[in-house]
Design a protein around this ligand. Structure first.
Ligand SMILES: NC(=O)c1ccc[n+]([C@@H]2O[C@H](COP(=O)([O-])OP(=O)(O)OC[C@H]3O[C@@H](n4cnc5c(N)ncnc54)[C@H](O)[C@@H]3O)[C@@H](O)[C@H]2O)c1
Length: 301
């Protein structure tokens, strides 16, 4: 057992399996008391069971740690609230909230139904909001705390997961908004874009470059939750096995100015040579994947 999180109380959503479970176990091993939230659903969000969260609490307890289970659905306001209220009722404080819960409903955009869009947005984006909303009020009052959202490299765009990609892009903007709005209260907010071997990544029809284990991701999350990372806020980190990378902040790349009002014709003459475009790296990657698939190979991503 280490002492990175001694005395802290950390709530983790989606903590029954995969990366969330590794985060919960690692946080407990570093001295945190942990709220283990998991609705216990299938990858597509169906068939909930409370056994999944209970099993991780037992694992933590048998390793000598302290934890409490919450099986609620965090896509509902009441679920997010219950995660935070449970931390306060059981341990009297909340130092970190880590929103890992996620589902997939993969479909090409032109075939996607409302039933494939809504639950994915509700789980990832609203499910981060419900917990951040309740946790940030507690942290603001205490003038300290850490919020962590889970995004994905797929926030750049995805061929067959427009719902997931849009939700993950939303998580980044939510995290940056939390970082801005809570900075003066001593509360930090960051996002993690993991690549790790879990049941969710097993569904991806490509070889994921540099895929690591959930424990690699958990180590980064423990660090971000600790006092050693108090100065870090508004960041997006990828962790993929041995690699940790920081993503750029969005900023205007190039601007040009002209006198007088714009017309479409003026813009058509002006824009290509002055402002131009920023080529989309994912387009080339998708083209490579299509070439590999045409040769019958399992493409890299
Ligand atoms: N595994 C990867 O390589 C990878 C890559 C990019 C992003 N991510 C993200 O990391 C996170 C964890 O993914 P994972 O691979 O560990 O997935 P996983 O399927 O192994 O675990 C997700 C957990 O979330 C729980 N969950 C789902 N909906 C819930 C809800 N409404 N309320 C409470 N719990 C709920 C599930 O029951 C499950 O135990 C997700 O947000 C995912 O999008 C993972």
């Amino acid at each position: 057992m280490g002492n990175f999180l001694t005395g802290k109380v950390v709530a983790v959503t989606g903590a029954g399996r995969g990366i969330g479970r590794a985060v919960a176990l690692a946080a407990a091993a570093e001295g945190a008391r942990v709220v283990v939230n998991d609705h216990g659903v299938a990858v597509d969000g169906a068939s909930p069971t409370s056994e999944v969260a209970d099993a991780v609490v037992k694992e933590i307890e048998s390793a000598g740690g302290e934890a409490v289970a919450v099986a609620d659905d965090i896509s509902a306001m009441a679920g997010g609230r219950r995660v935070v209220d449970t931390a306060l009722a059981a341990y009297g404080r909340l130092d970190g909230a880590v929103c890992v819960a996620g589902i997939l409903r993969e479909r090409m955009l032109f075939n996607m139904t409302e039933d494939e869009w809504d639950p994915v947005l509700a789980t990832h984006l609203k499910g981060t909001f419900t917990v951040f909303r309740a946790a940030s009020a507690v942290m603001r009052a205490r003038r300290s705390g850490t919020l962590i959202g889970f995004t994905s490299g797929n926030h750049q765009g995805s061929v067959s997961q427009a719902n997931y990609s849009a939700a993950k892009g939303g998580v980044i903007s939510l995290v940056r908004s939390a970082a801005l709005g809570l900075h003066k209260y001593g509360v930090t907010a960051n996002a993690v874009a993991p690549v790790a071997r879990t049941r969710m990544s097993a569904n991806v029809p490509v070889e994921l470059d540099g895929i690591g284990e959930p424990e690699d991701v958990a180590a980064l999350v423990v660090y971000l939750l600790s006092d050693r990372a108090r100065e870090i806020t508004g960041q997006v980190y990828t962790v993929a096995g041995p690699k940790i990378a920081v993503w750029a902040q969005p900023r205007e790349l190039r601007a040009a100015y002209a006198d007088g009002g714009w017309t479409p014709e003026r813009i058509a003459r002006f824009l290509p040579g002055s402002v131009g475009v920023d080529p989309m790296p994912m387009l080339e990657q998708v083209a490579e994947m299509e070439r590999a698939a045409a040769k019958g190979e399992r493409p890299n991503a």
